[in-house]
Design a protein around this ligand. Structure first.
Ligand code: GDP
Ligand code: IMO
Ligand code: MG
Length: 430
């Protein structure tokens, strides 16, 4: 019988703790596959006293006995990929046998990064707050039908096609004021890194995935970013350039919609956002500072401080709908341990109307959150190993989330380490 692809993805603006949950669940699967995004992602794993941040490599890489696939929907910068692999070498991880790359994944060129940086610099205060990893320009070339793919590396005219695209980028960049960028140095590193990529296990991703499903193998798709950064449904234009929602799994791996199994949506117990763009429940006060401090809310990729705020249930209801979430995972609940009071927005006030609907454009709409207050539990959760052990206040908060979203919470994360996780129900496709 054909098995299905379970999905883990972020329901907010990214950094929900996806990496930790994927790493934890990976041993239950045969394949972990990234389906979109690129090195703009930073997925943090902590175990055995060590910390790793993955950008392009799927978060199942530390687990023996399974494959990790970088799917066709991902954009790959060979330089950051090789740097990541060197880190894995140092940690003694045998990635060579575990890691596969889809030939149809697109390549991030040094000039894509150059264009990203020049475009952001030219925007000034209006900038998106991009991670400057070249994501937008690479996806533009993909949809514009100019891109170079991993499989093209083996083509005899690869160098010519590279030179052509590079030249186009340099012409394009003339619309922006010049910025500092060591193009020659970056190109040297890029071509060196390509040699490593060329010798990796390159596969036809869609065949690989579908044949695995036909053999009854279990697959876990790992999302990057979060649903509010989705190119179609996020807070456009303050979004990333890929489909971060469940639908992206179909195009990013080559699986049919009916092959999607469980959709495990990850939400932090509060909200964060890094970069520009609207954020209705953002806090600009001491509580926001405290969330940042207690939650260590600094970007895993860029080190930027993350903007912090209370949980936004209007936003979560919207992304639960978009993704067809079947299970919820709440992370970082321990960050709220010291708060006497906790808030969550259940509605928005827009032009005098109370609504639970996300407006067309959050950037152009004055939104006033309508709050519900919760009592804090004001105690450590370190001893909690079963759901019933959570203090009554924490259970009330979690129950309210479940009720508002209409989806069961199956896991609650109480710390960054791999095993700081309270399981409630079976989480793998039934
Ligand atoms: P991702 O991009 O969704 O994988 O998340 P990031 O790794 O960017 O950010 C999540 C951060 O929170 C990382 O520093 C994790 O180590 C940390 N983290 C994950 N789960 C928990 C948790 O339950 N409690 C606390 N305190 N930290 C967590
Ligand atoms: P993970 O997978 C949080 C944000 C950037 C910026 C916008 C566009 O770790 O959750 P881009 O570089 O994609 O052009 O940036 O999206 N962003 C993220 N924010 N977590 C991420 O990934 C992000 N990837 C991109 O900060 O606002
Ligand atoms: Mg992250």
């Amino acid at each position: 019988m054909k098995t299905r692809v379970d999905v883990i993805l972020g329901l907010q603006w990214g950094d929900e703790g996806k990496g930790k949950i994927v790493d934890y669940l990976a041993p239950r699967y045969d394949i972990v596959a990234r389906f979109q995004g690129g090195p703009n992602a930073g997925h943090t794993l902590k175990f055995e006293g060590k910390k790793f941040v993955l950008h392009t490599v799927p978060s199942g890489i530390f687990r023996p006995g399974l494959h990790n696939l970088i799917g066709n929907g991902v954009v790959i910068d060979p330089i950051t990929l090789v740097r990541e692999l060197e880190g894995l070498d140092e940690a003694g991880v045998r990635w060579q046998e575990r890691l596969l790359v889809a030939r149809k994944a697109h390549l991030i060129l040094p000039t894509h990064r150059y264009l990203d940086a020049a475009s952001e610099a030219a925007k000034g205060k209006e900038k998106i707050g991009s991670t400057l990893r070249g994501i937008g320009p690479t996806y533009m070339d993909k949809t514009g039908r100019n891109g170079l793919r991993v499989g093209d590396l083996l083509s005899p005219n690869f160098r010519d096609r590279y030179a052509q695209l590079r030249e186009k980028h340099l012409q394009l960049s003339k619309i922006y004021p010049p910025i500092e960028f060591d193009l020659e140095g970056e190109e040297r590193k890029w071509f060196e890194s390509l040699e490593v990529l060329r010798n990796m296990q390159l596969v036809d991703g869609a065949w690989f995935v579908n044949e695995a499903l036909s053999r009854g193998q279990r697959i876990l798709a790992e999302g990057a970013q979060g649903s509010m950064l989705d190119i179609d449904f996020g807070t456009y234009p303050f979004v990333t350039s890929s489909n971060t929602i469940t639908a992206g799994v179909c195009t990013g791996l080559g699986v049919a919609p009916h092959c999607i199994g469980e959709v495990i949506g990850i939400a932090k117990a509060y909200a964060t956002r890094v970069g520009g763009g609207p954020f209705p429940t953002e806090l600009h006060d001491a509580a926001g500072e405290r969330l940042r401090r207690e939650g260590g809310e600094f970007g895993a990729t860029t080190g930027r401080p993350r903007r912090c705020g209370w949980l936004d249930l209007v936003q979560l209801r919207y992304t639960t709908m978009l993704n067809g979430v079947t299970q919820l995972v709440v992370t970082k609940i321990d960050v709220l341990n010291t708060f006497a009071h906790i808030r969550a927005a259940t509605h928005y006030h827009i032009e005098g109307q109370r609504t639970q609907k996300m407006p067309f454009d959050l950037c152009q709409t004055a939104v006033e959150p309508v709050w519900t207050d919760f009592a804090g539990w004001q105690q450590s959760l370190e001893q909690v190993t079963q759901y019933e052990d959570f203090p009554a206040e924490a259970r009330a908060y979690l129950a309210a989330i479940e009720q508002e979203l209409g989806v069961p919470i199956t896991m609650v994360s109480t710390g960054p380490e791999r095993h700081r996780l309270v399981l409630r129900e079976a989480v793998v496709s039934r």
